[in-house]
Write a protein that binds this ligand. Structure first.
Ligand SMILES: [Zn+2]
Ligand SMILES: [Zn+2]
Length: 263
């Protein structure tokens, strides 16, 4: 399995694109502004999109991508999302006001997109891989995803705050790599708490939930561009001095757009 990081930033700026990952060539996880770096041909080959939630930084490029390649595809693009996410997309984006309702265009029987409801805990095929829908704790209905191939699974938390259900499941899975959000620095920890995102001090507490016999690389995503260096410095510091004096060094990296992860 090959994961191409199209965007992993918490906001836009030059060289900062919002969340989107291309799995192999045919599956997209979230459709933030990073999708705009794909060629027409690369977009045309995408058969399915899994959305973590309805927030704009995760769906912004979806309506535009459908418009770019809809006529060039022979079958509808499958959009897998929680029922609340689909409802939000139908009501607020594909509503014939903000953007055409491509679930009925060019015809109801042969549309450009089809919505597919998913549920937390569900596992479903995605090309050569399987996707499991993981719990998330956010201001709107949200999910994370575990994408598994033969050799292990790649896990993306989506946007989340403290998430005990996630760790309970991850400790059962053969995790090869974890991509976890840390949107804010510690000085913005109150904002992180209210917007249900992680800050470095809460991330450190969350990582204590990993079973002691498990170890895998951890990639930090969704940092605000203006705070990325501070966030990563705080994570490194917290990671070395855990609450209670424990000393656990995790294998932590900052994720960059353009990175290729392979499992
Ligand atoms: Zn969000
Ligand atoms: Zn987000």
């Amino acid at each position: 399995m090959r994961i191409r990081v199209l965007g992993c930033s918490g906001a836009i700026a030059k060289d900062c694109r919002t969340t989107s990952f291309l799995i192999d060539e045919d599956t997209l996880i979230d459709a933030g502004t990073g999708v705009g770096d794909l060629t027409l041909d690369e977009m045309r080959r995408i058969d399915r999109v899994f959305l973590t939630h309805s927030h704009l930084d995760h769906v912004a490029a979806l309506p535009l991508m459908v418009d770019s390649v809809g006529t060039a595809r022979g079958k509808p693009l499958q959009i897998h999302a929680l029922p609340e996410t689909i409802q939000a997309l139908r009501a607020h984006i594909f509503n014939d006001l903000i953007w055409p309702d491509f679930s009925r265009i060019p015809s109801e029987s042969d549309p450009f997109i089809q919505f597919r409801e998913i549920a937390i805990g569900q596992s479903l095929p995605a090309g050569a891989n399987r996707v499991e829908v993981l719990a998330a704790t956010h201001t709107v209905a949200a999910a994370g995803f575990s994408v598994s191939a033969d050799k292990g699974c790649w896990v993306f938390t989506g946007d989340t705050e403290r998430n005990p259900a996630l760790w309970a499941r991850l400790n059962q899975l053969g995790v090869s790599m974890l991509v976890i959000e840390t949107a804010f620095s510690n000085r913005e920890s109150e904002l992180a708490r209210r917007s249900l995102h992680l800050s470095p001090q809460v991330l450190a507490q969350e990582l204590e939930n990993i079973d002691g016999d498990k170890s895998y690389p951890i990639y930090i995503t969704h940092t605000k561009p203006a705070e990325t260096e501070l966030i990563m410095a705080e994570i490194k510091r917290f990671d070395q001095t855990q609450p209670g004096g424990r000393h656990i060094a995790h294998d932590i990296h900052w994720l960059r757009a353009g990175d290729i992860l392979e499992i």
